[in-house]
Design a protein around this ligand. Sequence first.
Ligand code: 3PG
Length: 308
Amino acid sequence: MKILVATEKPFAKDAIKGMKGIIENNEHEMVLLEKYSNKKELLGAAKSANAIIIRSDIVDKEVLDAAKELKIVVRAGAGYDNVDLDTATAKGVVVMNTPGQNSNAVAELVFGFLLHLTRNGFDGTSGTELKGKKLGLHAFGHIGKIVAHIAQGFGMEVYAYSPSLSRNPERGKEHGVIAVKNPEELYDKSEIVSLHMPAIDATKQSINYELMSRLPENGIVINTARKEVVNEADMVRIMNERPKFKYATDIKPGNHDEMTDKFGKRYFASAKKCGAQTAEANMNAGLAAAQQIIDYFENGNEEFRVNK
Ligand code: 3PG
């Protein structure tokens, strides 16, 4: 089988080596398409692929139509909002993700962002500490749980909201967090909120003025989730109204230039989405993706299928 690894943002070299090893040891062929600059390259490479491994790369109807031999797409990572699941399902293409494999990298970045904001971009002026601060985790999956544990090391008080946690708040205790009933309560109780939800209809634009205004005057929002979950106009509004409010994100918003001009050091966005961009996360997610494809081809294993 031909397994295409199509990543606009490449994996670390060792991860590629490991993936190639798994694929070739199982007598399949790996084709590598990295740093492609236009969709045509992806469409061309997808034509003869039986499997595709991607990251945030867009696999829409056009790609699925072009990939006539395709049986499976594995998103090496957590969020699969970049794949057209309905079209894949209609074409009988299996879609999987690799949950948890890059979570630690994203969780660590949250604290990089937090320290950057609370220490004023490391400019030598007097900042604030994380110890004793109230951190709210908006969603509590693989990443949220690791963020909770790191936050406890900083001496933070951790609150968490997710639909499933609100149904079973006792689960919060296992992770040393206080489960709250709804997002409103989370923002009422927190000084800092870190976002960890997927981009789905229910979450898109959900981080709005009403919610953020529940945070204190010097509230902080950290977004390593997806750009679509934050209402960008509302973010501008609250940061305009509150001169101490801060925002850092791993995914440049549509109004990045406006945010930079207006808010200086109170706003930070990484040049490229980099939460999962570590040697370890690349290795974990890349090898898992390759292995899942082999398990699917050899044993029909669909454990991580997301379009059932
Ligand atoms: C994910 O959903 O796994 C993360 O957002 C990482 O995305 P990336 O693989 O494009 O870095």
